[in-house]
Ligand binder design. Structure first.
Ligand SMILES: Nc1nc2c(c(=O)[nH]1)N[C@H]1C(S)=C(S)[C@@H](COP(=O)(O)O)O[C@H]1N2
Ligand SMILES: [Mo]
Length: 314
């Protein structure tokens, strides 16, 4: 039996080149993604239209092939190519999301209803705690649109999220080696959840989300490390106390509740000062750029943390 694997592994810890994918696997997955098929042969994409949203970014988009073949989704395996290769049998219809807890009007949202929300294109800079980043044209809507409908009570202070548990369709949930405890869980403070930058994404690059990116609906919080962006959500619960989160539970010294992108707070095992833009300087390029406080969204979100010590609240 493999030993419990240290949670996140910085690519630079594995190879000096900065990328630990095998070239052959990456290109194989990218080709499959490019023709709209996962390795399992299932078509995943349907066109999705959305109006341009706020927060324009003047940065080069990460190629779709990289966005859809270099993923973290441990339910399908711990290697970057696993989610694209092992998620072909994952069924995303029918689907619904329960929104419950401290709310006046709990509600179960069916996927049809979700897809009728006012969808926007939101191109965001995304930063993984492992030291790489992408620029992704998401399609989604503000999480606040759903929160408004359920009418949070005054006592609600946090929002807790849960990913689906389906060992029959998610190989790493059914295998002997369990990389994480399931369900994958995440959380935000209510004001973070209501911030206009925080979206529920249902698509990217003009199409419905590929399974490997968290179909049919996932969270995107661009000023936080990528692991806050919980995928394939089935439950959203308004709660009074700070909820447990998967990575903090697995290693609280390395991962906090807030997980705001912060170049001044190093991960205990590597620096967070710079990042590798996946797909720039060639697919396997090693060019690194400076990481920005709040991933560059400081003007929008720094006020949420006024008076907080962000070194203690990492
Ligand atoms: N359910 C679930 N959500 C998850 C993860 C996961 O393993 N399981 N990985 C997280 C991490 S570490 C990152 S960096 C992002 C990656 O999202 P992407 O593959 O769409 O780029 O998803 C996050 N959401
Ligand atoms: Mo990540």
């Amino acid at each position: 039996m493999p030993a419990y694997r240290p949670p996140h592994i910085s690519p630079s810890e594995i190879t000096p080149k900065g990328i630990y994918l095998s070239r052959r696997n990456f290109i194989g997955a990218a080709t499959a993604a490019g023709i709209g098929l996962t390795a399992g042969g299932k078509a995943w994409a349907a066109p999705l239209t959305a109006a341009p949203g706020p927060y324009k970014l003047n940065e080069k988009l990460t190629p779709k092939e990289a966005v859809t073949s270099y993923n973290n989704f441990y339910e399908f395996g711990v290697n970057k190519e696993d989610p694209a290769q092992n998620s072909g049998a994952f069924k995303t219809t029918p689907w619904s999301v329960k929104v419950e807890g401290m709310v006046g009007k709990p509600k179960e949202f069916g996927l049809d209803e979700i897809l009728k929300m006012k969808l926007e294109e939101r191109t965001y800079r995304m930063r993984c705690v492992e030291g790489w980043s992408m620029v992704i044209p998401w399609i989604g809507f503000p999480l606040s649109a759903i929160l408004d409908q359920v009418e949070p009570l005054g006592s609600a202070k946090y929002v807790a999220f849960e990913t689906v548990v389906r060992p029959e369709e998610m190989p790493a949930q059914g295998g002997l080696f369990q990389p994480l405890p399931w369900p994958y869980i995440e959380g935000l403070r209510l004001d973070e959840a209501r911030h206009p930058l925080t979206i529920l994404a249902v698509g990217l690059y003009g199409e419905t989300l590929p399974n490997q990116n968290g179909a049919p609906i996932r969270l995107v919080v661009p000023w936080k490390y990528g692991f806050k962006g919980i995928k394939s959500i089935v439950k959203i619960k308004l709660v009074e106390k700070q909820p447990e989160t998967t990575w903090k539970n697995s290693n609280a010294r390395e991962y906090g509740f807030y997980s705001n992108v912060n170049p001044a707070v190093d991960h205990p095992r590597w620096s967070q000062a710079t990042e590798q833009r996946i797909g720039e300087g060639g697919f396997f390029g090693t060019k690194r750029v400076d990481t920005l406080p709040f991933n560059g969204y400081g003007n929008e979100v720094a006020s949420l943390y006024a008076g907080m010590d962000l070194k203690a609240n990492y």
